[in-house]
Design a binder for this molecule. Structure first.
Ligand code: ATP
Ligand code: MG
Length: 395
């Protein structure tokens, strides 16, 4: 294409999926088109194990990279130059490419790396690198070769249709394209962990819907806005997100009135799971997702998780179960949710925190306490008052 910029997108894991390959590739391309649809003149197509993007000349590189590097399934992306697969043409383009780097980046040393996917091309990869290197040295007098620690590498990828020349790979998250692995309902608090859990599952191709529990008026409107802000950040990765908001206060009040104090947290957690399950079944979500992490707090000991898990039949995914807290924090920072998560608004779990929560609860005892409550009616009532918002990716 004349007057356009080219990007090549690599997608390793998707390519490994055997029979499903065409489906995964189609979904990947669909997602890339979606994140770039706000720009005019975008072309995205699959080409022999790569996705090739063409944009208008005047579209900033950073805009394309920012969007595409958040598409799950993408391993890496490179701005590239396309030339005819002909050694003269490649040499000339490589020289132009290096000239530009000398001017804009003050590059002094380089190394050529070549790969030949088209085995009909008459020159083997090491020879391509050698010949192009020699041509660059001849035409760019200020440059010298440094094979160990060059200022810049220049990659030459010779393919059947044409050759790509590029200078660097911007790595992305990998994973699988969104929508290739069903839909999950994340229990989304305003904390650090659950947004990361949602991200992790979306990275495996799962569409995300969310439920948030609050105890209004004990929890504030601002706390709910914070959860929506987290949802908004997640849309960059997960696409549009529906968040259901459920008031747990009437249930919490009943629990406090009728059940032992040291069991309140776990009883509330079982209600969250049960309500989550009902919403999941109504909305086509196949699984629940939480940010639970073994041993992090009293309600996340092994015994407590057994009790929580027993409340529902659907699989409960806990992608952070074995992470160290520092790793979760790092991940939250990488994906951009951390700063919002640490804003100090109250959570419904902290509103009625028992002084000494049970850390080794017995399922029988907890279920007995649950029996003091008319839990089916409480759940139905909470669901009847649920509110839902849909958050769209920002353009
Ligand atoms: P997070 O950082 O995600 O809030 P946490 O370390 O504070 O987690 P808990 O408060 O015990 O841990 O919550 C464990 C999980 O239960 C959360 O990761 C989330 O999935 C779910 N959860 C907790 N509170 C809420 C809430 N108010 N609304 C929706 N889900 C919640
Ligand atoms: Mg929390």
């Amino acid at each position: 294409m004349e007057n356009s910029k080219t990007y090549i997108v690599r997608y390793g894991e998707v390519a490994l999926k055997g029979m499903n390959k065409p489906y995964f590739e189609r979904m990947l391309i669909e997602r890339i088109r979606k994140v770039l649809r706000k720009y005019e003149g975008i072309q995205v197509k699959r080409e022999d194990g790569l996705v090739v993007i063409h944009t208008r000349e005047d579209l900033a590189e950073s805009a394309v990279i920012e969007g595409v590097s958040k598409v799950f399934g993408v391993d890496s992306i490179s701005p590239a130059i396309e030339v005819e697969s002909d050694i003269e043409a490649i040499g000339k383009a490589a020289v132009d490419f290096m000239m530009d780097l000398i001017e804009t980046r003050g590059v002094k040393t380089f190394k050529v790396e070549a790969k030949r996917s088209d085995k009909n091309f008459p020159i083997e990869s090491p020879q391509i690198a050698k010949q192009i290197g020699a041509k660059i040295l001849k035409d760019c007098k200020v440059l010298s070769v440094d094979v160990h620690n060059p200022d810049r590498r220049i990659f030459i990828h010779v393919r059947r249709e044409r050759t790509f020349i590029f200078g660097h790979k911007i790595s992305a998250f990998g994973g699988l394209p969104l929508g290739t692995n069903g839909k999950g309902l994340v229990l989304l608090s305003g904390g650090i962990d659950s947004p990361v859990a949602a991200f992790m599952m979306a990275k495996r191709g799962m569409l995300i819907e969310a439920v948030h529990f609050h105890s209004y008026p004990y929890t504030s409107e601002r706390a709910w806005e914070k959860v929506q802000d987290l949802g908004r950040i997640l849309t960059a990765y997960c696409g549009k997100i529906k968040i259901h908001s459920v008031n747990l206060l009437p249930i919490q009040e009943q629990i406090i009135q009728k059940c032992p104090e040291d069991e309140t947290t776990l009883l509330i957690r079982r209600f969250m799971m049960k309500i989550g399950e009902r919403i999941a079944l109504d909305t086509g979500c196949l699984m629940l997702i939480t940010g639970e992490n073994l041993g992090q707090v009293a309600s996340q000991t092994a015994e407590a998780i057994v009790v929580t898990d027993e409340a529902v039949h659907l699989p409960v995914l806990r992608p952070l179960i074995a992470f160290n807290k520092a790793d979760i924090v790092k991940k939250a920072q990488d994906i951009g949710t951390y700063e919002t998560s640490i804003l100090p608004y109250e959570d419904c779990c902290t509103v009625f925190l028992p002084k000494h929560p049970k850390t080794k609860p017995k399922l029988n005892a907890i279920m007995q306490s649950e029996g003091y409550l008319n839990w089916q009616a409480l759940i139905q009532d909470a669901l009847d008052r649920k509110e839902t918002v849909v958050i769209y990716p920002e353009d």
